[in-house]
Design a binder for this molecule. Sequence first.
Ligand SMILES: [Ca+2]
Length: 335
Amino acid sequence: MRRVLAALLLLIASAQPAFAQDTRPSWDEWLAEVRAEALERGIRPDIVDAALADLTPLERVVRADRKQAEFVETVDTYINKRVSQARIDNGQKFLVEHAEILADVAQAYNVQPHYIVAIWGMETNYGLYRVREDAIRSLATLAYDPRRADFFRRELFAALTILNNGWIELDDMKSSWAGAMGQSQFMPTSYLEYAVDHDGDGHRDIWGSEADVFASIANYLARHGWTGDHHWGEPVTLPQNFEAELAELGGYEGSGCRATRQHSAELPVTTWQAMGVRLRDGGDLPHPGQTASILRIDGSSDQSYLVYTNFRTILRYNCANFYALAVGHLAEAIE
Ligand SMILES: [Ca+2]
C-alpha cells in the first residue's frame, strides 16, 4: 500500500500529462488489434487490408479535436451568419434545380423539400463544401486517441462494415475531421441505419448522388418522428408571470439531449394561448390543434420560441437549439 502511495506521489510530482496516454499500446500494436477484430467481425480480408494497411494517424485531426472551442455567440449572430442572403439564394436555386427529385423524396418520406434543402445547406452548404478527410483515417485517429476512444472505435467498425457492403469505395469515403461523412454529414452508425440508395444504382452515395443525399436526410427525419405538414415553430412573447404558471404546468423538460433540457414541458398550443403566449407581432398562436414547448434562449423573454414536435426531430440531427433554429429559419426563408 505504501509503495502504491509512493508511486502515486511520484506521478503527481512528475509533470507528466494524462496517464491514459502512457498506458496506451503503440499505434502499430493498436492497429494490429483493430485488424484482428475487424476480421473476427466478418469484414473481408481484402477490405481490411486496403483500409488499414499502412494507415497512420492524422495529427491535424487530434489538433482539431482539441481546438473545438465552446465559443459563445448570441442566437442572432449565429443565425445571421448561417442563414445569410447568399445561402437563402442558393437554397432557392437548388430547390428549383432539384424540384423533381425533391418532390419524389418528399412524397416517399413525407418531409417537405425546403426542410431537406435547409439541412443540406446547413451541413455542407448544399454540397458546395466538400469534406476532404479520409473517413477511415480520421476515425482511426480518434479511436486511438483516449478522449472519446469507445465512441470512435464503434464508428470505425461501422465504417469498415459500409466498405464491406460495397456501398462506397474506400477512396471516395470522405468525411469531416470528426468522421461525419458526405453531403449529409452522417456518422457511420447513422449511415448504416438511415442512408438510402434512392437512385437505385446499388450505392448509398451520400457523397455524390443528390437523390441519395435528399432521401437519406428525409429518411433520418422521418424515422425520428417528422410530421410532413407541420413546421418548426414560431417566435413568441411570453406573459409576465410565465415562469410561475409554467411551474404549475410541469416546468422544464429535464431529460433528453442537452438542448431539450431547455425546453418546457410539451403542452397543447391552446394552453399556451390561454396563458398569454402570443406571436412576436402580437397575433394569436396558429395551429391550436398541435402540441408545443417553449424554448427560452438564456432565460431572456424576448428570445423565446414556441417549438413544435418537428423541432425536436431537427435536434436529433444535431442536438443544439441554435442549429435547429437556423434550420427552421433557413427552411422558411427558402420556401
Ligand atoms: Ca445510389
